[in-house]
Design a protein around this ligand. Structure first.
Ligand code: ARG
Length: 457
């Protein structure tokens, strides 16, 4: 079935029809296309293009098509350009000539954009729920490891003492921002293009206000050319998905590094790890590697759409059909990832003993010791220099920070006093951290409270 052709003298080549058809990938839009058709039929009835009888027939037929879809019977047994054509064809089968009135004033250009927006709106709501679930897991793990001391890193070198809980909470906040971005994206998705026609609207008195309410859109597009052809909302969603993936990928990188024997910071969950077909001793972090790897694919999908859109002339162009495979792939990949990642992460076990050992020489107390001297009137740059010398001597003398007595310290600066002793151990430093975002036990508790509040919003 074709929705056009009377001005053509020759038949479409079968091979070309197969090539140009988007049915292979837009089939999933069927429920949304049916929903839009339902609203459209009701609206045409209000403006007296469809009689009550015709409306009834069409609505019944739409239910039949919907049931066919749900039972997996909405198969395409002919050549159709896309899901919109297939559904129009089925409606004709069920409702007869009444179905031929339904497309009045409407183009597939606005229809496809409307369908994708409705679909994407649903998927965003689902993804938002999954992210919230992931954040709850982070909160649970962060609470579990609230007192597990470990180093923070810069340049992947030990920096200052933190807790595993604090690191895990750093993951939590990334996704708090991602949710905001997704909600903003949802607003931009939730704009109705209907009424745009193919590019320049329609002479029919279409009731767009009614359509908007029926389909629960938040706003109506302002300009028909823009409405029928913009894919900004696809771009925004793919940008959001790239950021989410980059966040996940970073966590994966941490876990992969921490699981090597050289770090030994975490134990990989066996139920989510794999072995080697050749090397019997192996336990590999494939779950984390796959999420990291899929990130490349998801970034590639954004790239594909940016390249697709760049340089298109105004108005609908068939190129736009190619927006769907990358968009749907990113949605599918992310859905799969978000459905497994929280369980994988929750099953990770931090090795407290090993974390403690890795910072036992006390070097990561250096900043706090220099800050101590600063409170005693030593200019910070001088304090920095003094502690640097202590660290260097510790290395040569194979001495730990906590081996130092006050008398040893006094040899470096008269400004040291007994109060510095707790700062020679990571736990002591943690207790004295004073800034709001720091991992001191008190501030960390406040951070957890803020996180719970954020989740309740
Ligand atoms: N299948 C097309 C798409 O996905 C929509 C149909 C518009 N076709 C057309 N010839 N104007 O973008």
């Amino acid at each position: 079935m074709k929705l056009w052709g009377s001005r053509f003298g020759k038949d479409t080549s079968g091979k070309f029809l197969n090539f140009e058809s988007s049915l292979k990938f837009d089939f999933r839009l069927a429920p949304y296309d049916i929903e839009v058709n339902r609203a459209w039929a009701k609206m045409l009835n209000r403006i007296e293009i469809l009689t009550d009888g015709e409306l009834k027939k069409i609505l019944t037929a739409l239910n039949d098509v919907s049931a066919d879809f749900e039972k997996g019977r909405l198969a395409s047994d002919g050549a159709f350009e896309d899901i919109h054509t297939l559904i129009e064809d089925r409606l004709f089968t069920y409702a007869g000539s009444a179905a031929k009135k339904l497309p009045a004033g409407r183009s597939r250009n606005e229809l496809v954009s409307t369908d994708v927006r409705l679909y994407l709106r649903d998927r965003i709501d689902y993804i938002l729920g999954e992210i919230k679930g992931l954040q709850r897991r982070f909160l649970a793990s962060a609470t579990r490891y609230a007192r597990t001391v470990m180093p923070s890193f810069t340049h992947l070198q030990p920096a200052t003492p933190v807790t595993a809980g604090h690191l895990i909470m750093s993951y939590f906040w990334r996704f708090e921002r991602d949710k905001k971005f997704l909600k903003f994206t949802r607003e931009r998705v939730n704009v109705m293009p209907l009424g745009a026609g193919a590019a320049g609207g329609s002479t029919l008195p279409l009731d767009t206000e009614f359509l908007m309410n029926e389909l629960l859109f938040g706003a109506c597009a302002e300009n028909s050319i823009d409405a029928a052809s913009t894919r900004d909302f696809v771009l925004l969603f793919l940008e959001a998905s790239c950021i989410i993936q980059i966040h996940l990928s970073g966590i994966c990188e941490d876990m992969i590094l921490f699981s090597t024997p050289y770090f030994g910071y975490i134990k990989l969950p066996e139920e989510y790890s794999t072995g080697s077909s050749l090397m019997p001793q192996k336990r590999n972090p494939d779950a984390f590697e796959l999420v990291r790897g899929k990130t490349g694919r998801i970034i590639g999908n954004l790239n594909a759409i940016m390249n697709l859109l760049k340089g298109l002339p105004s108005g609908y162009n068939r190129d736009l059909q190619e927006d769907k495979p990358p968009l749907f792939d990113s949605i599918d990949q992310m859905t799969e990832i978000l459905e497994i990642f929280p369980s994988v992460f929750s099953a990770v076990e931090f090795n407290e003993q090993r974390l403690k050992e890795s910072i036992s020489n006390g070097e990561i107390c250096a900043q706090a010791m220099a800050e101590f001297l600063a409170t005693k009137g030593v200019p910070f740059r001088n304090a920095h220099e003094i502690i640097g010398r202590i660290a260097r001597d510790n290395e040569t003398l194979k001495r730990k920070m906590s081996d130092l007595k006050l008398t040893d310290l006094k040899a470096y600066s008269e400004c040291f006093s007994l109060e510095v002793i707790p700062l020679l151990e990571p736990e002591g430093v943690l207790k004295q951290l004073a800034t709001p975002s720091s991992p001191s036990p008190l501030k960390f508790e406040q951070q957890l409270r803020m996180a719970y509040e954020a989740l309740e919003e």
